[in-house]
Each structure stands twice: as structure tokens, then as C-alpha cells.
Design a protein around this ligand. Structure first.
Ligand SMILES: Cc1cc2nc3c(=O)[nH]c(=O)nc-3n(C[C@H](O)[C@H](O)[C@H](O)COP(=O)(O)OP(=O)(O)OC[C@H]3O[C@@H](n4cnc5c(N)ncnc54)[C@H](O)[C@@H]3O)c2cc1C
Length: 385
């Protein structure tokens, strides 16, 4: 049976490789990083034993049973409930905006119905919000927008909220209850030994060879088909230009004991340069740190230049045009299927990346069986997630 190339050992690449291997195909998986699991990579800090999320905090959450069943095959998962707070104007508030946030912020003791009426009187009635700002004003009103969203958005995206499309946040969730669960999906879980162990187990198959620390561009071998989870613009040598991304910079603090008291604290104020802080030990509450030291990261969002790690696709109007041009180029190129967050230039959560990789592998296997070429995209990048 012929051999395929899978570029990228994140969830997208690992799922495709596993499905192909289980169907009897051989794959070479390459990743330029020295580890598998892509941006979900976790490893244990030597001094403290704390499991560190090396590219920022990752919480698995899903309503997709097939995705859940698939990942459960490769290791133990522990139920986990994510909690995020916000520190603004010298006070700490509950997030996402819920009844407690509203009562804390306005110094009230309203019940759900009173809070709804109260907030409705403060929101603008905009039927089709044209920007993130309009979206926010229609959902939460001026005061909460200024305190929790405006400057956080500027720090995160580098532009004023009225320049950002409303689609960046389709809907600002406001809960008229004391439910502060960060995600609404039925399943929220963490892999007991970290994501990297799960992905390593996924790639552990006789049909899969892994080469790490290797750029796909350096390969000279021929392959039957390539599954590319790297950047669409990178595949074509950036010949039409670069798709814009934000990158993240992390500053590590080693503090004593329990520094934040929660996994993630957002900092929406303009004069605090970081967007949020993560205390990694709270992302694995079932593990006992080996020492009294805790690891806290400050997270800074910056424009991604050549050489920096692309994290969040910006997808402003100019990027959409460039994306369309790259998609046309891709459709006229044979032998390659693009997928994953970079291959489709989209922010996608892990469960979505896994679902799309499962579907991409199924489509490719169907094509191989009937002797036709697999599609360039199973999920069209021009259709927003
Ligand atoms: C800060 C942050 C927090 C997040 N938090 C969550 C969360 O809480 N929950 C959630 O569900 N999702 C979260 N996500 C999304 C999650 O990271 C993605 O869903 C997931 O990483 C997608 O996997 P992937 O395989 O498509 O991409 P990646 O993980 O980026 O893997 C792609 C891999 O390809 C490699 N590669 C690229 N080009 C080449 C090349 N030419 N040669 C060799 N190797 C190459 C890269 O090194 C990389 O390892 C978060 C994302 C970010 C940015």
C-alpha cells in the first residue's frame, strides 16, 4: 500500500494519520517542533511536577459523542470544570458575565428577571451589529462593555472593537443565573497525563512513522497524498502574501503556594499590558504539586511577524480576500488536502479540529477506495466556523 505524508503532529494530523493507519495505509508524520500535540502540548515541569500547558491553557469540551469516544481510546480523561475570573478597576468579578457579575458590578441584589429588565434598559437595539463594538453594546450595554470587553479586545486583537467584525464573538454570553461554568458543552475534561500523552498514543501504530524537529519543506521523498495541517500560505511559500495572525508571548512567574486561586484570571483594564494569567496547577487539580512553588503565566497578545508562532487568525476583510486567493490556488493543486486550524485559517476548538480530521480521513479513504483524488478541503475555509 502506498505511503502518505501528514504534515503536523497536532490533533488534526494525529487523527488523520491514525484513521489512515487503521485502514491499512502507511503514513509519515512530520512536525518541525520537537514534540507531538501541536499547540495542545503539555509537559511536566521538572522542579514542581506541575503539568504545564506550553501554548496556553487548553480545556477539552464537547457535545460530540463520536469525538469523545475517539479520544477516550487513547488515555484517561478526568472531569474538569473550568473557571475564569476578571480583575478590573481593583475588584474581582465572575465570568462569563452572569447574575453574580451584574450584581457585583452594579452593587445590586437583583433576581434574574430584574437583572434582565435592568440590562435591557442599558443595551442598544441594533438588529444587525456591524462590528464587535455594536455586538457588545447590543448584548451587555455600555458599562459592562467598557469594563470587561473594550480594552481586553484591543489588547487581544490589536485594534479597536469597532474595526473588528461582529463575527469575532457571534454572541456575548450573558447568563441571568449564577452559573459561571465557562463552557456550555456537556463534557468538559482534561487528559489525566496531559494532551501530549494522548496524541503520542494516537500516533503509536505500526503504520505510522514520526519524525520530529523536521520541516516538511526539507523532505525530498515522494508520497501518494499529503495531508497538510500547516499554514495554507506557508504551503505556497507565502507567494501571494501572509495571512495575518496574532501570536502570544508568555512570561513565567514562579511564586509560592496558591497565587491566583483559580486557573485563569482575565485582566481587561487598559493599563495592564497582559490579557490574562494562568496558574497551571489549577488546570490539573487531581495532581499534587511536588513543592510549594506554583507556576503562573502572564499572557501577552502581539502581531505575528515572520518567524513567530501563529496563534489566532485575524480574518479581517483583507485576509478574507487573500484567503480566497490561496483557496483558489489550493484547488488547482493536486495531491494535497488541507485541514486543521492553520490549514483552514480558522480558530477551531480541539473537538472541532478532531471532528473535521475524522471526516477528512473518511472522505480520503472513500476516495482512495474508488481510485479518485481526495478533496482539497473537506471543510471549506471560506465558510466561517
Ligand atoms: C491560546 C489558545 C488556547 C486554546 N484553548 C483551547 C481550549 O481551551 N479548548 C479547545 O478546545 N481549543 C483550544 N484552542 C484551540 C486548539 O489549540 C486547536 O483546536 C488545536 O491546536 C488544533 O490542532 P491542529 O492540529 O489543527 O493545529 P496545531 O496544534 O497548531 O498543529 C499543527 C502542527 O503543524 C506543525 N507544522 C506546521 N507547518 C509545518 C511544516 N511546514 N513542517 C512541519 N511541521 C509543521 C506545527 O509545528 C504544529 O505542531 C486554543 C488555541 C489557542 C491559540
Amino acid at each position: 500500500m502506498s505511503r502518505h505524508l501528514v504534515v503536523g503532529a497536532g490533533f488534526s494530523g494525529a487523527v488523520v494519520a491514525r484513521c489512515l493507519a487503521e485502514a491499512g495505509h502507511n503514513c509519515l508524520v512530520v512536525d518541525e517542533r520537537p514534540h507531538v500535540a501541536g499547540n495542545c502540548h503539555t509537559d511536566e515541569d521538572e522542579e514542581t511536577g506541575i503539568l504545564v500547558h506550553r501554548y496556553g491553557p487548553h480545556i477539552f469540551h464537547t457535545d460530540d459523542d463520536a469525538v469523545l469516544r475517539f479520544v477516550q481510546r487513547f488515555g484517561q480523561w478526568v472531569p474538569y470544570r473550568h473557571a475564569v475570573f476578571a480583575q478590573t478597576r481593583g475588584k474581582v468579578f465572575s465570568l462569563p458575565v452572569n447574575l453574580l457579575t451584574i450584581n457585583q458590578f452594579f452593587g445590586t441584589a437583583m433576581d434574574p428577571a430584574q437583572a434582565r429588565t435592568f440590562l435591557e434598559a442599558r443595551t442598544l437595539s441594533i438588529s444587525k451589529p456591524a462590528s464587535f463594538r455594536e455586538q457588545a453594546l447590543a448584548s451587555v450595554g455600555e458599562e459592562l462593555y467598557e469594563a470587561f470587553f473594550r480594552h481586553y479586545t484591543v489588547k487581544q486583537w490589536g485594534i479597536e472593537p469597532d474595526m473588528l467584525p461582529a463575527s469575532v464573538l457571534k454572541r456575548l454570553p450573558v447568563r441571568f443565573s449564577y452559573d459561571n461554568s465557562y463552557f456550555h458543552h456537556q463534557t468538559q475534561a482534561m487528559p489525566q497525563d496531559g494532551y501530549t500523552d494522548i496524541v503520542r498514543a494516537m500516533l503509536d501504530h505500526d503504520g505510522i512513522e514520526i519524525r520530529l524537529g523536521l520541516q516538511a519543506e526539507a523532505l525530498t521523498e515522494d508520497f501518494a497524498h499529503t495531508f497538510y495541517t500547516g499554514g495554507l500560505d506557508r504551503y505556497f511559500g507565502y507567494r501571494l502574501g501572509r495571512l495575518a495572525y496574532r501570536t502570544l508571548r508568555f512570561e513565567e512567574l514562579r511564586l509560592s503556594g496558591n497565587a491566583l486561586g483559580c486557573p485563569v484570571m482575565n485582566f481587561p483594564d487598559r493599563d495592564v499590558p497582559w490579557t490574562r494569567m494562568t496558574e497551571h496547577r489549577h488546570l490539573s487539580p487531581w495532581r499534587r504539586p511536588k513543592t510549594g512553588t506554583t507556576i503562573v503565566w502572564r499572557e501577552y497578545s502581539e502581531p505575528a511577524g515572520p518567524g513567530s508562532t501563529p496563534f489566532y487568525p485575524l480574518r479581517l476583510a483583507g485576509d478574507e480576500q487573500l484567503l480566497e486567493a490561496y483557496c483558489n490556488l489550493a484547488r488547482n493543486t493536486s495531491g494535497v488536502t488541507f485541514l486543521g486550524r492553520l490549514g483552514s485559517y480558522a480558530y477551531i476548538d480541539m473537538d472541532v479540529a478532531i471532528r473535521r480530521a475524522l471526516d477528512t480521513a473518511s472522505a480520503a479513504l472513500r476516495a482512495f477506495r474508488t481510485g479518485i483524488a481526495p478533496p482539497t478541503f473537506v471543510y471549506d475555509p471560506l465558510q466561517k466556523a
